[in-house]
Design a protein around this ligand. Structure first.
Ligand code: NDP
Length: 255
């Protein structure tokens, strides 16, 4: 039975991934969020799927205890291991708006540190806790949702767009690429994925002013289109894709 665990599934893309995955009757989906009981989207899906294929689990990715508890619970729920881990939870503070905002340097540094901490410390703790479960499975796949803004090569095209967020996602990309080189030896396939610009979510909406002003032709994807594309990329991942950086449509993005 294909199994999936998604972080940050309370709303936005995470909820979209859960919705998309539940369309296949054979899938078991563990949707995690800081507060699953407080997510109207997850509660509605739970009511619509009383067959037990959707399991809700509380998981705060910034808490080592919460990650450990969720990993232990998942281990008991999925005896055959976790086939697919989808690390999706994200934050966007945007303190670092322009590089000459020196008068607010402390807030900039604070926001940047929070973003880097979220993308590095939380990601590392999550991977360390869940890799043993993925190792036990047949599918052995890990998908980390990042952003095209984390591409160092493409950075010259987005001046002053989400500077801190971009730095944090670039660091995430390196962490995951390095980690994937190790996991490859265990037959685990790990990939990075940019879901496209989805302006209807909170994070996507956070960059909409810049996008509308400077990149009016860049497609604003619907949640459904992005989620379907992202899950197709996950579905078609093979070991040769290990460590790669994909767009939602399956094309590659340069690091
Ligand atoms: P949203 O703001 O809609 O969702 C963010 C999700 O992350 C929420 O479910 C939120 O949960 C969760 N989250 C935040 N902090 C934590 C935490 N400590 N523990 C667990 N979950 C947490 O944004 P998106 O859906 O757009 O973002 C999803 C991912 O996609 C992010 O990694 C983002 O960087 C990436 N992305 C999005 C793009 C877009 O255009 N939308 C473009 C490129 C990348 P809660 O409800 O508890 O706050």
């Amino acid at each position: 039975m294909p199994s999936y665990l998604i972080t940050g599934a309370s709303r936005g893309l995470g909820l979209g991934f859960v919705t998309e995955l539940l369309k296949k009757k054979e899938n078991t989906v563990i949707a995690t969020a800081r507060n699953t009981a407080g997510s109207p989207g997850l509660q509605k899906l739970k009511q619509e799927h009383p067959d037990g294929r959707l399991i809700l689990l509380d998981l705060d990715v910034t808490s080592a205890d919460s990650i450990k508890t969720a990993a232990e619970a998942t281990n008991k729920l999925l005896l055959g291991g976790l086939g697919n881990l989808i690390s999706n939870a994200g934050v966007y503070y945007n303190g670092l708006k322009t590089f000459d905002e020196l008068h607010v340097i402390y807030r900039i540094v604070e926001d940047l540190q929070k973003e880097v901490n979220f993308n590095i410390t939380s990601q590392l703790l999550l991977l360390r806790a869940f890799v043993p479960l993925v190792r036990k499975s047949q599918a052995k796949k890990i998908l980390v949702i990042t952003s095209g803004l984390g591409s160092i090569q493409n950075a010259p095209y987005t001046p002053n767009l989400a500077n801190g967020y971009s730095v944090a996602k670039a660091a995430l990309n390196m962490l995951v690429r390095k980690y994937s080189a190790v996991l490859k030896n265990e037959g685990i396939t790990t990939a990075l994925l940019h879901p496209g610009w989805v302006g209807s979510t909170d994070i996507g909406n956070g960059i909409s002013d810049w996008m509308n002003a400077y990149a009016p032709d860049y497609e604003n994807l619907s949640l459904e289109t992005s989620a379907a594309g992202c899950m197709k990329v996950l579905d078609t991942l093979t070991p040769k894709d290990n460590g790669e950086f994909f767009n939602h449509d399956g094309t590659k993005i340069p690091f």
